[in-house]
Design a protein around this ligand. Structure first.
Ligand code: GLN
Length: 491
């Protein structure tokens, strides 16, 4: 699949039309999605209509933006007007949003072409896309393995060449971990950088939308298209949005020159050692060596409270989820149990039939942690731990520009391997969760493959609103490797 810039050039030079590009993506979906199962719904008619509008602009001699005519997949927890938005849940099986989320509205205004809505863990709760009520997405590199989650459909769709870029959401790692498992780039921006208006809420203090792509430059281009203040989201940041592609240089020496000192990258000591797969460790260490060769100064950093991230997240996220999911009661929208004889039993049956096991588990943990007798012991304590983790990052960023770690302790595992043991599934998020708790940006870039041929990801973490620096480091690293150029052979 060509890059956004290549496709843009082809369009501008009239070598290919937007309809041809869109049709190629739709053909690819038809050819491989029976195996990969990235999409919950393919929006071919809308895609071709959007593509025709771009072609009409080109024919009329109008300028088109860089995202015009680019096929894109949207995680099915972002509202798309007139198009089903299910969150991979039975309870929203019949939900057709009457409004457009800010991200899709921005992308459509820029001429992007939506080819479909991608599969996810139900309400984005999970790490393998296996809690989807509708289908199991496969990892394009090995169809017997999971694509990661919860944005597994969006990651797999890009890896399988079914679209050029896609959007996911990341509450505890759901962009970075599937990006790592599928060998693509995924970035979770700073909390509040991208509007969450129209994103179905999971844990509101953690959720953030971000891009998946084959290359760092494509991710930067897509983030340019979706970042920015939105009055419809009260947590949206009112900040100047830079051009995220402006500092993409093939090495880090120019950073050194313009800043009078080398860029400092800190290895988070606590993310190495016990529990980390040795091949993942090797690949990440090699990547760190490469960053040094590219002109970075490498130091070791300790974040001692990092390990409390996981337990505090699994109190905070379910607590917020239990409140957010209270709205699915069969009254306002979504599925309603029709066989109930009074209001209470209608609520109960709607929720009992509508939610899957993992969602119910989270609701139960959340309501328990928030209940009067336990609030102080669990929720309040978890929030205090969250502050300590933030302090660890503040200390770290007083010493370095960017932090580095593995994305996940392992590569993609076999489907079914962890479904009976929720705790083992939760442990996958060990290294991504602290970043959400602190509201920071984090990117996953491909940094190798294990012996089974499964991709490995490198996580780079920046301070608040330091996306530019993250892209700069990620790009320099990417350009010195060929991991991102490899493609899976599907089937
Ligand atoms: N896997 C984590 C969870 O299950 C993170 C999910 C996410 O980021 N949406 O909560």
């Amino acid at each position: 699949m060509p890059s956004i810039r290549d496709l843009h050039e082809q369009l501008v030079k009239k070598e290919r039309s937007a309809v041809e590009i869109t049709q190629a993506a739709l053909d690819r979906i038809a050819a491989v999605d029976g195996k990969v199962q990235s999409f919950l719904c393919v929006t071919a008619d809308k895609a071709l209509e959007q593509a025709r509008a771009v072609d009409a602009k080109i024919a009329a001699g109008e300028n088109i933006g860089i995202l015009a005519g680019i096929p894109i997949g949207i995680k099915d927890n972002m509202c798309t007007q007139g198009i089903p938005t299910t969150c991979a849940s039975r309870i929203l099986e019949n939900f057709i949003p009457p409004y457009e989320s800010t991200v899709t509205q921005k992308l459509f205004a820029a001429g992007a072409v939506m080819v479909g809505k991608t599969n996810l863990d139900e309400f984005a709760m999970g790490g393998s896309t296996e809690t989807s009520a509708y289908k199991q997405t496969a990892n394009p590199w090995d169809l017997s393995r999971v694509p990661g989650g919860s944005s597994g459909g969006s990651a797999a769709a890009v890896a399988a060449g079914e679209c050029v870029v896609s959007l996911g959401s990341d509450t505890g790692g759901s962009i970075r971990q599937p990006a790592s498992f599928c060998g693509v780039v995924g970035i979770k921006p700073t909390y509040g950088l991208v509007s969450r208006y129209g994103l179905v809420a999971f844990a509101s203090s953690l959720d953030q939308i971000g891009p998946f792509s084959r290359s760092v430059e494509d991710a930067a281009i897509l983030l340019n298209g979706i970042a920015g203040y939105d009055a419809k989201d009260s947590t949206s940041l009112k900040v100047e949005i830079p051009d995220y592609t402006a500092n993409l240089q093939p090495d880090l020496k120019s950073y050194g020159k313009s800043h009078g000192k080398k860029i400092r990258i800190g290895i988070i000591r606590e993310t190495f050692g016990e529990g980390l797969d040795s091949q993942v460790e090797q690949a990440v260490n090699k990547a760190i060596e490469q960053l040094k060769d590219l002109g970075a100064e490498i130091v070791e950093i300790s974040c001692p409270r990092f390990r409390y991230g996981l337990p505090s997240y699994y109190i905070i996220a379910p607590s917020e989820a239990s409140a957010n999911l209270a709205r699915y009661d069969g009254v306002k929208y979504g599925v309603r149990a029709e066989d109930a004889d009074n209001l209470l039993s209608m609520y109960n049956r709607t929720r009992a039939n509508g939610f899957g096991a993992e969602v119910k588990r989270r609701i139960m943990i959340g309501t328990y942690a928030l209940s009067a007798g336990y609030y102080d012991a669990y929720y309040l304590k978890a929030q205090k731990v969250r502050t300590l983790i933030k302090q660890d990052f503040e200390n770290a960023f007083a010493q370095v520009d960017v932090l580095v770690s593995p994305v996940a302790p392992t590569t993609a595992f076999k489907a079914g391997e962890k479904t009976t043991d929720p705790l083992s599934m939760y442990l996958i998020d060990l290294m991504t969760i602290p970043v959400n708790l602190a509201g920071l940006p984090g990117i996953s870039v491909p940094c190798g493959f294990d012996d089974a041929g499964m991709p490995i990801g490198l996580q780079l973490i920046g301070n608040v609103l330091q996306e530019e620096k993250l892209f700069q480091v990620a790009y320099a690293y990417e350009q010195s490797t060929d991991w991102h150029l490899r493609e899976p052979k599907i089937g």
